[in-house]
Design a protein around this ligand. Structure first.
Ligand code: PEP
Length: 247
């Protein structure tokens, strides 16, 4: 049985004042059935972990593949763990596009995350041009194969399917399209990792909001969501969490 996961990605948004949203979320949802994860900018990880007081999990949005060294501006997985993070998002399409991250790099980062005791939330997803060209399954399959390290387990790995064209656009795939990709990803994970692949959570991400969450959560092999914009406000993220708890 896979425990559902509601994950929020604050991206480059939020200051200390934004931690009031965390307090509001915890007050409104003191004991959710689902696991709850918020990934703020690195500047807020430590403060959010303190504010969350173990009631929700806190994660980073990226980490370096090395444990330490001359990498100005980068953050090691161990540093995130040291600040109270338990998870880290890796291979988000904005990192792949803005920072040229390849699946090989994401794989190395996931191995570093595991060494630091962090759960890696590994993102895959096609562009609109790739979908239009009928390349979606081949593309996400290649990203999955290249980005998830050997020996990954259900405990240390979560996969997020995030079509690039659905992120921050208000557009979402049809439920059939989501099911097709999630069923495909599940089969690939089981083929490679056996029962561990059966246990890995598969999140959908891309314009999830309170109004579409229930139908997305009823879709085959969707174990939760990675939420961007709608995770910034406790009311919206809380409504998505309620939909997940009810799924
Ligand atoms: C994301 O960036 O991971 C994301 C899913 O964003 P949004 O929910 O805003 O589309």
């Amino acid at each position: 049985m896979r425990r559902k996961l509601a994950a929020g990605n604050w991206k480059m948004n939020g200051t200390k004042a934004s931690l009031a949203e965390v307090a509001a979320l915890i007050a409104a949802h003191p004991s959710p059935k689902s696991e709850v994860l918020l990934c703020p900018p690195a500047t807020l990880v430590a403060a959010m972990a303190t504010a969350a007081a173990g009631k929700i999990a806190v994660g980073g949005q990226d980490c370096h593949m090395k444990a330490s060294g001359a990498h100005t501006g980068d953050i090691a997985a161990e540093m995130l763990a040291d600040c109270g993070a338990s998870h880290v998002i890796l291979g988000h399409s904005e990192r792949r596009a803005d920072h040229g991250e390849s699946s090989d790099m994401v794989c190395a980062k996931a191995a570093a995350a595991r060494a630091a005791g962090l759960v890696a939330v590994i993102c895959v997803g096609e562009t609109e041009a790739q979908r239009d060209a009928g390349e979606t399954l081949a593309l996400v399959g290649a990203q999955l194969a290249g980005s998830v390290p050997d020996g990954a387990t259900a405990a240390n790995t979560v996969i997020a399917y995030e079509p690039v064209w659905a992120i921050g656009t208000g557009r979402t795939p049809t439920l059939e399209q989501i099911a097709e990709v999630h069923d495909f990803l599940r089969a690939e994970l089981v083929a490679r990792f056996g029962t561990e692949g059966e246990g890995m959570r598969l999140l959908y991400g891309g314009s999830v909001k309170p109004s579409n969450a229930t139908e997305i959560f009823a879709t085959s092999n969707v174990d939760g969501a990675l939420v961007g914009g709608a995770s910034l406000k406790a009311a919206d993220f809380g409504a998505i969490l309620s939909a997940l708890d009810a799924a």
